[in-house]
Write a protein that binds this ligand. Structure first.
Ligand code: GRF
Length: 221
């Protein structure tokens, strides 16, 4: 039987996505193991979530390093030592160096709270509201050197209503993130996903557009 793949989850804050992955993993232990949780911030609540779940954690504080390169090198050494199949960025608020992203190309995914290519970077919910958009959402993508620009694997859309505030919109997106991220990890663990020639492959075919998470039902597409 195939061994479960080994993943690391990288966080900087609350870790609600980490929590969703922890819950999902319990039901899918034959597919993947959370081998390591890394935070670059000592006060990240996600570290407490990981400790409660008895997961190995490592704190690597960027503020203790002289340069971005030095931090990324230390992080890379830690991740390499953990012998991982997949690195999951879940609210990891660091811009990564090209050398680091290149090293883990095809093995590192990120979740971003917008319908990429719209709104790379920060404050995505506020920007969607200010633009008068009628829908918003999330994207999960392979990480490449350019910020929030790697090939997208899956998106989930949420409608924006006139009553929405930044907080209500953020909550709606978060709710879908917690369904979407574990699903994509599961696909990766099942060998359904691959990164080749800067494109996402799903079940041996190039994805010409991202998979869509149906927000009404529990199914993708
Ligand atoms: C999420 O909204 C994610 O899309 C973004 O950072 C946030 C992390 O939230 N990259 P949490 O720490 O998982 O609660």
């Amino acid at each position: 039987m195939k061994q479960p793949i080994r993943i690391a989850v990288l966080i900087s804050g609350s870790g609600s996505n980490l929590q969703a992955i922890i819950e999902h993993q319990k039901q899918h232990a034959h597919e993947y193991t959370i081998a390591l949780v890394v935070s670059n911030k000592a006060d990240a609540y996600g570290l407490i979530r990981a400790q409660k779940a008895k997961l190995p954690t490592q704190l690597i504080e960027h503020k203790n390093f002289e340069s971005r390169d030095a931090f990324d090198q230390a992080l890379q050494i830690t991740l390499d030592a953990a012998q991982l199949d997949l690195i999951v960025l879940a609210g990891f608020m660091r811009i990564l160096t090209p050398a680091f992203t290149q090293h883990f190309l095809g093995k590192m995914i990120n979740i971003h709270p917008s319908l990429l290519p719209k709104y790379t970077g920060l404050n995505t919910h506020q920007r969607a509201l200010e633009a008068g958009d009628t829908e918003h959402g999330l994207s999960i993508h392979f990480v490449t050197p350019k910020l929030d620009s790697g090939p997208v694997i899956l998106q989930a859309k949420v409608p924006i209503s006139p009553e929405d505030t930044e907080q209500t919109l953020k909550d709606k997106v978060h709710q879908q993130e917690h369904r979407a991220y574990p699903l994509v990890i599961e696909w990766f663990a099942q060998g359904k996903l691959a990164f080749k020639e800067n494109q996402t492959w799903f079940e041996q075919s190039v994805l010409s557009k991202p998979q869509q998470l149906n927000v009404l039902n529990d199914h993708a597409i």
